[in-house]
Design a protein around this ligand. Structure first.
Ligand code: UT7
Length: 350
């Protein structure tokens, strides 16, 4: 028994934000963003009517319809995001409510693995399906980054990269030997946790540097989740050591892809389509070069959507499928690297 992707869908908000739009907010240029990242534009959700959950629900509805099932047939929900609507509860239960799934037999799990959240979620879903526990697992990756970025020049190295969007798949069991997930490989290295992180507000107290650096006091009854100092000094944004992340990404992507290929008895030339997490076009191009892949073997859409973290792989896979670039029997490789660091790859037959 294997796990196959039985349905797929994606959603992006209508509002297009170009590099030129960002030039008006901060000291940046279209040339810099294009040359360093490949990004030309991204989508930002409407703050009045969209959230990570609503975008995820829209992508999920499309995946459910594509799978030809009813929403009441979904028996498990997995939601991967780093930009949840609430600190808790997670988007898993919120999307259940948003979709109107009243069946309380359904479990809802939230995955917090940032850029590799979808690949981690796929592996978790695969275990549930192959063990016979669930028959229709809904896996969603969605992000509403635009709500939490620093759009001043101070935050430019991070804020020009990220965009909003969602992608979802329905996973089902199959006995067809020529389709489904062949192998998944997951990795982590927590030594780099703060190199790409959103640590405040949070309950870290004195764990990161000096407590006074964040305005934490010693008073056990003092609320320290968010301090005035954090607000005054704009510590409430994600931060990234871009060069450090880049260096590891270009090493770990090819490594984990080769690990998956080797396990399943394939070589890079056998890949019909590689969908790398859309972190930076330069990273994807580097991976393509190392693996000696042709242009038609790699799918990128970061130019249009920016980096949508947990949404980027299902969004790219769904778009590629809609364009007819994914055909029955194709060998598809999904690979991700990001905050944690965590990284992973999945190899599947479409
Ligand atoms: O998906 C999660 C995983 N994330 C990643 O994989 C991201 C990996 N890293 C990257 O993609 C790249 O490191 C970045 C795109 C973030 C940055 O590109 P870079 O080529 O590594 O640039 P840099 O950080 O070395 O900065 C070069 C210069 C700096 O100025 P100085 O110090 O040379 O004067 C920055 O201050 O570019 C400056 N800079 C900018 N200039 C214009 C940084 N951001 C901007 C900006 N516009 N938006």
């Amino acid at each position: 028994m294997r796990t196959k992707i039985a349905g797929i869908g994606h959603y992006v908000p209508e509002q297009v934000v170009t590099n030129q739009d960002l030039e008006k907010l901060m000291d940046t240029t279209d040339d810099w963003i294009t040359e360093r990242t490949g990004i030309k534009e991204r989508r930002f959700g409407s703050r009045q009517k969209e959230t990570t959950t609503t975008m995820g629900a829209e992508a999920a509805s499309r995946a459910i319809e594509d799978a030809g099932i009813s929403k009441e047939e979904v028996d498990f929900i997995i939601f991967a995001t780093l930009s949840p609507d609430y600190f808790f509860p997670g988007c898993g239960v919120l999307v259940q409510r948003e979709l109107g799934i009243s069946n309380t037999e359904v479990g809802a799990l939230d995955i917090r693995n940032q850029c590799s959240g979808f690949v981690y979620g796929l592996s978790v879903a695969d275990q549930f399906v192959r063990s016979g526990t669930y028959k229709n697992v809904l896996l969603i990756g969605a992000e509403m980054h635009s709500m939490g970025l620093d759009f001043s020049t101070r935050g430019r190295d991070v804020s020009v990269i990220f965009g909003d969007g969602a992608g979802a798949v329905v996973l089902q069991p199959t006995e067809d030997e020529n389709s489904g997930i062949l192998t998944s490989h997951l990795h982590s290295d927590g030594r780099h946790a703060e190199e790409l992180a959103f640590i405040s507000p949070g309950c870290h107290g004195g764990y990161h540097g000096q407590p006074e650096q964040y305005g934490f006091s010693d008073d056990p009854y003092d609320t320290i989740f968010i301090t005035q100092k954090m607000l005054d000094e704009a510590m409430i944004f994600p931060n990234m050591n871009g060069r450090h992340v880049f260096k590891f990404a270009v090493q770990k992507f090819p490594e984990v892809i080769m690990e998956a290929l080797k396990t399943a008895g394939y070589q890079p030339s056998d890949i019909d389509l590689l969908i790398p997490h859309q972190a930076n076009l330069r990273i994807s191009q580097f991976v393509q070069k190392v693996l000696k892949l042709r242009d038609d073997q790699v799918y990128n859409n970061i130019q249009k959507y920016g980096n949508t973290t947990a949404a980027s792989i299902p969004l790219a896979l769904s778009e590629a499928r809609d364009k007819g670039l994914v055909k029955s029997g194709d060998l598809i490789c999904l690979a991700a690297f990001g905050s944690g660091f965590t990284w992973g790859a999945s190899l599947l037959k479409w």
